[in-house]
Design a protein around this ligand. Sequence first.
Ligand code: AMP
Ligand code: MG
Length: 326
Amino acid sequence: MTTRLLTSEHISEAAHLLRSGELVAFPTETVYGLGARVFDERAVKRIFLAKGRPSDNPLIVHCAEKADVKSVSSPLDARTQQIFDALYAAFCPGALTMILPKHPNITDAVTGGLSSVAVRFPEHPVAQALIRAVGEPLVAPSANRSGYPSPTTAQHVLHDLEGRIAAVLDGGSCEVGIESTVVNILSDPLTILRPGSITQEQLNAVALAQGFTPFVYADVGKDNQMIAPQSPGMKYRHYAPDAAVILASSLQESFELAKNHHPALILADAAFANGTSILALSEQSLYAALRTADEQGFRAVIIVCDETIQQNIALMNRITKAASRR
Ligand code: AMP
Ligand code: MG
């Protein structure tokens, strides 16, 4: 199969491919997603093959309108409806994924056999236009080979999936750069399953205003091992390049480490970046930098996790997973 590179003028073609049961990658504000129609079970199963993704790792359903939720979720009880409406008003469309009770029409292929379904409303205009053109929600995991860093450009998608999917819609670089914050609003207390650019503080401002107790992080247990993943990001190794990923606590320490891991690429605060062997580290740039390391043949990526970086829980979560061994 030849993978076509389409521009945002070709949304109707991309929608046609999806309606014919093909897989199409598309830009969202977080990372590129690998789309299939949510009610096309054969296409959904092909996503797992194309990515090499474990089949118990559920997919996020992407909707264009708030009303689309009715087709993928069963009716919400009053408590869930209240927090859903409040979080939707505060953060959607945007980088927030909410866990809802699944509609009977949603197959196990989508949910990994869970009774819940994850739903997000992407803000990216190309993503919204594509979902509307298809006329039904799309499942879309990150459009990378399973285990590798998520793609933040169409070129990253081609690198991983060329020949395995029908097309990729090019929407330039993703603005956020890391995956959505995933919250379980069915649990009491409300839980954060995966940290993202929408922070615990922001979520709690909404929860408290609605009379809920604060969001807590789900317990991932020792060594990030969970038997039945509440959120797949917790169980599987993720986001890792071929190069070894090593954490340093200061720039000085990174130079010391670099001597033993030659050639090494250093990621550090933008203030230290010189564009050649030290790249600027941010949510937006992390995955592209990890991919650059592999493309340019670096043996190691040394990431300087100073105090500012350590305060960014979502970024530290991705860095730690990238550094854990395969
Ligand atoms: P990815 O598409 O690779 O970014 O990963 C999909 C993400 O969806 C996982 O990391 C989970 O956090 C989340 N997810 C999808 N469905 C569910 C579900 N039913 N329950 C909990 N988390 C889910
Ligand atoms: Mg992923």
